[in-house]
Design a protein around this ligand. Structure first.
Ligand code: SAH
Length: 219
């Protein structure tokens, strides 16, 4: 393995093992999610100056006023998605650093990831290439439009919080599918799970969260 991927000291496997132990204490139980997070070098997805903090349970800046999501929230959202069974096509809104994308790519068949800030998207694309994760397509776009071309999706994961669930995303959900999305403004956001089946949509509140806002347009 490339030594930069393996990491040393605060970016080593030992540090990742401690992160996994913490995730377990926080209630994350899905063995595949824990395994993939143990194997994936999260430190590659943050600036080098912050690499030693990559495995702390905190969000870190990735530029352009955005953050890489904290490990707990990545684990929790992925676990919630996988609860509905094996997934073929997953739409991710808000690629950001690409860390969540990399975790998903190892657990589902195909990931379609949309990001509105072009330089972030480019960087994420590069990291996924380095890790040889090839089952991901990226699009520079406002995720409020979803990604019509490949719809419908078995699952949708949003990493930015709109004030209401966008209708377009609901419309791109397959007959049997799930969407995990933070909803609300400022510090009053709730992570929601939308389940779609033959009889319609069901929305459940999961837990309070703190995401960056879901913004319109592209940069
Ligand atoms: N899971 C990512 C989270 C990144 S933060 C990570 O761990 O790195 C959320 C991202 O959503 C930001 O990069 C932001 O630019 C993006 N975003 C916000 N609103 C968006 C929209 N309407 N369409 C696409 N991306 C959006």
């Amino acid at each position: 393995m490339n030594p930069r991927f393996a990491g040393i000291g605060m970016t080593s496997r030992r540090t990742r093992e401690r992160m996994i132990a913490r995730l377990r204490e926080q209630g994350v139980a899905h063995p595949d999610v824990l395994r993939v997070m143990l194997e994936t070098p999260r430190h590659l997805f943050v600036e080098e100056a912050l690499a030693s903090r990559a495995y702390e349970d905190t969000a870190l800046p990735i530029g352009f006023n955005q953050t890489i999501s904290q490990p707990y929230i990545v684990a929790r959202m992925t676990e919630l998605l996988l609860e509905s069974g094996p997934l073929d096509k997953v739409l991710e809104v808000g690629t950001g650093s690409g860390y969540q994308t990399a975790i998903l790519a190892q657990l589902v068949k195909r990931v379609y990831s949309v990001e509105r800030i072009y330089p972030l998207q480019q960087r994420a694309r590069q990291h996924l290439q380095e890790l040889q994760l090839r089952n991901v397509r990226f699009k520079h776009s406002d995720g409020g439009w979803g990604w019509e071309e490949y719809a419908p999706y078995d699952a949708i994961l949003a990493a930015a919080a709109p004030s209401e669930i966008p209708e377009t995303l609901l419309a791109q959900m397959a007959r049997r599918s799930v969407m995990i999305i933070p909803v609300g403004q400022g510090d009053r956001q709730i992570l929601k799970r939308v389940t779609r089946n033959e009889s319609g949509f069901r929305v459940e509140d999961i837990e309070p969260v703190n995401f960056v806002p879901f913004l319109p347009g592209i940069l």
